[in-house]
Design a protein around this ligand. Structure first.
Ligand SMILES: *[C@@H]1O[C@H](CO)[C@@H](O)[C@H](O)[C@H]1NC(C)=O
Ligand SMILES: *[C@@H]1O[C@H](CO)[C@@H](O)[C@H](O)[C@H]1NC(C)=O
Ligand SMILES: *[C@@H]1O[C@H](CO)[C@@H](O)[C@H](O)[C@H]1NC(C)=O
Ligand SMILES: *[C@@H]1O[C@H](CO)[C@@H](O)[C@H](O)[C@H]1NC(C)=O
Length: 207
């Protein structure tokens, strides 16, 4: 009995190490300095920690659903800080189609209008809500979620915070129908015919 247990120890250790690794890699890596300065930048001051790319962002309302991001790509000082922002414009009747952020939860704050939001968990349960100005909604990390401005007369505006400097976005319709996945595979996956798949694909021209 004791001998059997001894033989199991390496496997238990491996399981422990894998579990620990999974925990560590579940968010942005911790950094061993206060902040990270890009290699090609020498002198930094308060400017480095300031993002001015959103100035004037509220001056003109776009005609289509629009996301403006301030992530590590736009704002290098976010590297290693595990945070980022996005400003989201929803013209009357517009939708932010189902998508996921593989590396972060999203905390959405509704500033203007009303907004129907929802996500689906790994048991395929839908959790949805209609937000009023001042409401916040959290989309858990990695889960498929959407937002819809059901009001066809009034625009909505939200600001989202992410728990990653580079949350990433995977759009469900684009990744499925806007890529080269074979029509036959999609027809079988969606329990439909190839003509229907071709019709849907036509709405997602490849760049
Ligand atoms: C540093 O390199 C990045 C990426 O190549 C570039 O976008 C940025 O403008 C550069 N910064 C400076 C100060 O040269
Ligand atoms: C907005 O959407 C309309 C209709 O879907 C499209 O024709 C137009 O090109 C879009 N405009 C922009 C700026 O993307
Ligand atoms: C949630 O979704 C269901 C099904 O689509 C819908 O009938 C309901 O109105 C939604 N609830 C809210 C609060 O938006
Ligand atoms: C939008 O406006 C039209 C006419 O102006 C009205 O009939 C409709 O009920 C309004 N819809 C909403 C959601 O307020």
């Amino acid at each position: 009995m004791a001998q059997n247990f001894t033989r199991l120890i390496p496997f238990l250790l491996l399981a422990f190490v894998l579990t620990a690794f999974k925990t560590i890699s579940a968010g942005d890596p911790d950094i061993l300095s206060d902040f990270i300065v890009p290699q090609n930048v020498s002198d930094i001051d308060g400017k480095f920690f300031t993002y001015t790319g959103m100035r004037g962002v509220f001056d003109k309302y776009p005609t289509n659903f629009t996301v403006i991001k301030a992530s590590m790509a736009e704002f290098p000082a976010l590297n290693g800080q595990s945070v980022s922002y996005a400003v989201l414009f929803y013209p009357a009747g517009s939708v932010n189609p189902p998508h996921t952020h593989p590396r972060a939860a999203e905390l959405l704050f509704l500033v203007e209008g009303t907004l129907e939001v929802g996500f689906v968990d790994t048991k395929n349960v839908l959790y949805n809500q209609t937000l009023q100005i001042g409401d916040m909604f959290v989309f858990p990390k990695g889960l498929v979620h959407f937002q819809y401005n059901r009001n066809h007369n009034k625009s909505a505006l939200a600001i989202s915070a992410f728990g990653s400097a580079s949350a990433g976005t995977v759009s469900v319709p684009v990744s499925v129908f806007g890529t080269d996945i074979d029509d036959e595979i999609l027809a079988k996956a969606f329990k439909t015919d190839i003509d229907t798949v071709k019709k849907i694909k036509a709405g997602f021209p490849k760049p």
